[in-house]
Write a protein that binds this ligand. Structure first.
Ligand code: NAP
Ligand code: HSE
Length: 419
């Protein structure tokens, strides 16, 4: 059994506890061991909270607990968590953090202290998107030519609401805070610093650049007014806060700023709390990563993935899981039972009674028609185009085989599933 201690049981910490409890069976099947949260740490013990774990106020209760194998830091901040993470690693604990601020300043020192001890931080960039995994492992054969994208969920949520619904800056910031997207100090989000912290982490993985936030260009979205929004709309742009890393010969440029992006660009279509990051490798070309960039569950999904990864390391590679099926009773659905909506095209004789005969066959198979169009094709022939409501694959296949043998049906019916 592996025991985890969670330092910071707030938006993300609570979700980590709940995932480890509620998804326990699938997690142990993937990790090859049982993982439990032994205890947590919060700042204010008087706050009313509905938690299933014991909590204290002292991070060292976890760091010095010999039973705890993995320390998860989800408290936020820079210098205090830096001290805590150093102590945890020096005590030989594996560490997982979602704290991009501490990594923006101290990632190389922490990595050096960690040495062979697992030190993971997938959730620190782009919430639930496994972008660090993709850069570190999936794209490791490539020179990274550029990284560009939306890396702050709060700003993207705010800009989307401001552009699409005309909501005022302050009101939409309050909403982002209430939804658990914003940092404890939201100026980190709107000032572009949070995106910069993430960009620095990605730049370290892609280029090994050891820069600090003060050394790169950082601008936020605070200056954007209704006039800028009106201009963008009028000229076919949207406004996004982008983090950009690009290689130019022997130089790597790093910048975060609001940008006018053509409405037709893929990145312009990434709205709300979603993040989207494009990575261009010299061999693979452009790859794109999209998903929720903030929020308790999305972020905790990445934190727990790191925990699972640490637990299974050193064992045989369980690419397909330690058990199969992963959950008892899980089995392949018979493909005839799959449900979908369908589009059907029939070429038929254009004669009285044909449509009635055909639609009766739909009814006989309990397939409900959502829409039908008849288009003349050639003399005395017509195309009948149907859209159905949800039906099973079995019933549609049976219908098609009965349609096919009707004298009035002139060619094999054609079907496309509506997804
Ligand atoms: P949060 O809701 O503010 O939770 C922070 C937790 O840490 C709270 O339980 C707080 O205690 C505790 N804490 C803070 N300072 C402490 C101290 N000095 N000693 C003991 N406990 C302390 O923050 P969050 O949104 O979960 O974020 C946590 C970390 O994840 C941050 O580094 C953040 O940047 C990162 N992150 C967050 C998101 C997101 O969407 N929220 C996404 C990616 C990464 P109290 O409950 O008593 O205040
Ligand atoms: N405050 C951050 C954001 C949380 O809005 O993107 C995720 O890192």
């Amino acid at each position: 059994m592996i025991r985890v201690g969670v330092i910071g049981v707030g938006t993300v910490g609570r979700a980590v506890v709940s995932i480890l409890e509620e998804n326990a069976s699938i997690i142990s099947a993937r990790a090859g061991d049982t993982i439990i949260v032994k205890s947590g740490v919060v700042r204010n013990l008087d706050k009313v909270r509905d938690l299933s774990i014991l909590v204290s106020q002292d991070p060292y209760d976890i760091i010095n607990d010999p039973e705890i194998d993995i320390v998860v830091e989800l408290m936020g901040g820079i210098e205090t968590p830096f001290e805590i993470l150093k102590s945890a690693l020096k005590n030989g604990k594996a560490v997982v953090t979602a704290n991009k601020a501490v990594l923006a300043y101290h990632r190389y020192e922490l990595q050096e202290i960690a040495g062979e001890i697992p030190f993971e931080f997938e959730a620190s960039v782009a919430g639930g998107i496994p972008i660090i995994n993709a850069l570190r492992d999936g794209l490791s054969a490539n020179h990274i030519l550029s990284i560009m994208g939306i890396m702050n969920g709060t700003c993207n949520f705010m800009l989307t609401k401001m552009m699409k619904e005309g909501v005022a800056f302050d009101a939409v910031l309050d909403e982002a805070q209430a939804l658990g997207y914003a940092e404890a100090d939201p100026t980190f989000d709107i000032g572009g610093f949070d995106a910069a912290h993430k960009l620095l982490i990605l730049a370290s993985i892609a280029y090994g650049i050891d820069a600090k936030p003060e050394e790169i260009l950082i601008e936020g979205i605070e200056g954007i007014t209704q006039a800028d929004i009106a201009f963008a709309k009028e000229f076919g742009y949207t406004i996004k806060l982008l983090g950009i890393a690009a290689r130019d010969g022997a130089e790597v440029e790093l910048r975060v700023h609001a940008s006018l992006v053509r409405e037709s660009a893929m990145i312009a279509k990434i709205d709300g709390v979603m993040n989207g990051i494009s990575v261009v490798g010299d061999r693979v070309g452009e790859t794109l990563y999209y998903g929720p960039g903030a929020g308790g569950n999305a972020t905790a999904s990445a934190v727990v993935a790191n925990i699972i990864d640490i637990v299974r390391s050193g064992k045989r590679s369980p690419m397909l899981g330690f058990n199969h099926p992963l959950e008892e009773g899980l089995h392949l659905k018979n493909r005839d039972d799959i449900c979908s909506k369908y589009y059907l095209r029939l070429r038929v004789l254009d004669k009285p009674g044909i449509l009635a005969k055909i639609t009766q066959l739909f009814a006989d198979h309990s397939i409900s028609i959502e829409a039908v169009i008849q288009r003349p094709s050639e003399t005395e022939c017509a195309h009948l185009l149907f859209a159905t409501h949800e039906a099973t694959e079995r019933s549609v296949r049976e219908l098609m085989s009965q349609l096919e043998v009707l004298d009035a049906v002139l060619e094999t019916p054609y079907m496309i599933r509506i997804v």
